[in-house]
Design a protein around this ligand. Structure first.
Ligand code: BGC
Length: 270
């Protein structure tokens, strides 16, 4: 897709978990659309700096900031650095997330807390800091018709139960009500809060589900569109949700899943 470098011109974005996978693609897409981008990472410093260098080489603006989004003090420090560097923030993409899979009865409290801490509490902490700045600054009509945009990266598993992944599915179900409740509360302030719910996208998180022909064939049974998604499929949607083209979209979850949530198991059954 040809990104317009003017669509998000002058806007400052922060993407959590942007050193790989979906977060990386979103950071690159926002930058290609003219936004200045904070590439947040947890442990992959080298990868994050490479993304920053690539963006700068294409005449974009980016910085990398390390933070564990599940830690309140680290999130606060990341937002202070962002504001120091870019002056303000217009777009938050709450992307950082992980899986710690286990059969339910063997799931440890540590596995539960780690996933809830990053996937759900992390989104809360970042959304709260972004919203404070959006409210403080208000609308700048020459930049955007919104005072700010928050995009939560959820999953098809906010509606599809997932055996062996109870912590992950619970975190994504939580994102749905968190996102919609924040959207309801902040809409009068011209803040838009929406989610993207990806299906199976080729990233390191689910590599074993697509990296052999046998695994891919099995996965495709769950995808009516008969292809596994690419990270760019999500990047494009994130740009649209961050832009004024989606100005009247608030509290929505966009499923970007090739039809996975259409319950393809019912095609010739039921
Ligand atoms: C998970 C992937 C999985 C996909 C579809 C995503 O949220 O992170 O591991 O392949 O959902 O089940």
């Amino acid at each position: 897709m040809a990104y317009s470098p003017y669509l998000l011109k002058g806007q400052k974005a922060l993407v959590t978990g942007a050193s790989s996978g979906i977060g990386e693609a979103i950071a690159r897409s926002l930058a290609s659309s003219g936004a200045s981008v904070v590439v947040n990472y947890h442990s992959e410093a080298e990868a994050a700096h490479k993304i920053v260098n690539d963006i700068q080489a294409a005449n974009g603006e980016a910085i990398a900031i390390q933070a564990d989004v599940s830690k309140e003090e680290e999130v606060k420090a990341m937002f202070s650095k962002t504001l120091q560097h870019f002056g303000t923030i217009d777009i938050l993409v709450n992307n950082a997330g992980l899986q710690k899979d286990s059969p339910f009865v063997d799931m440890t409290l540590e596995q539960w807390n780690a996933v809830i801490g990053i996937n759900l509490t992390g989104q809360f902490l970042c959304a709260r800091e972004a919203a404070k700045e959006f409210l403080r600054r208000g609308v700048q009509p020459q930049i955007s018709s919104a005072a700010g945009k928050i995009i939560c990266i959820s999953s098809v598993h906010e509606v599809i139960p997932w055996s062996g992944h109870v912590n992950y599915a619970a975190s994504k179900g939580g994102i749905n009500m968190m996102m919609r409740s924040i959207a309801q509360e902040l809409a009068p302030h011209k803040i838009r809060v929406n989610s993207i719910a990806p299906g199976a996208i080729k990233t390191p998180i689910n590599q074993s589900a697509w990296d052999t022909p046998q695994a891919e064939a099995k996965l495709l049974q769950l995808i009516p569109a008969k292809r596994v998604g690419e990270v760019e499929d999500i990047g494009k949607v994130a740009v649209w949700l961050a832009s004024d083209d989606s100005d009247y979209v608030n509290g929505a979850t966009l499923f970007v899943d090739g039809g996975m949530t259409l319950y393809p198991g019912f095609t010739a059954n039921g």
